[in-house]
Design a protein around this ligand. Structure first.
Ligand SMILES: [Zn+2]
Length: 81
């Protein structure tokens, strides 16, 4: 069975670990629904890519329900003002 040939010192370990940090993902905004999306990927919220619908999005809310929800949200905003 393979065994490590030499002891890894704490400094060796820490120097290697200096590259383990995760980079913050760079999100852009969907041109159709204005939700944050991963660049060069189809929007998971509306299924649009480069200004056209590419996939049908399975959602808990139907398109009608979503429209109703947005209307209700805007109505609530109007009430507040
Ligand atoms: Zn979208």
């Amino acid at each position: 069975m393979g065994l490590p040939g030499h002891r890894r010192t704490s400094s060796h370990k820490r120097r290697r670990a200096s590259h383990f940090a995760l980079k913050r993902s760079n999100l852009s905004v969907c041109g159709h629904c204005h939700q944050p999306v991963v660049p060069h990927r189809v929007c998971a919220n509306c299924g649009y890519y480069r200004g056209r619908q590419v996939i049908k999005v399975k959602s808990k809310l139907s398109a009608k329900a979503r429209a109703k929800a947005s209307q209700a949200a805007s109505a609530a905003k109007d009430k507040k003002e």
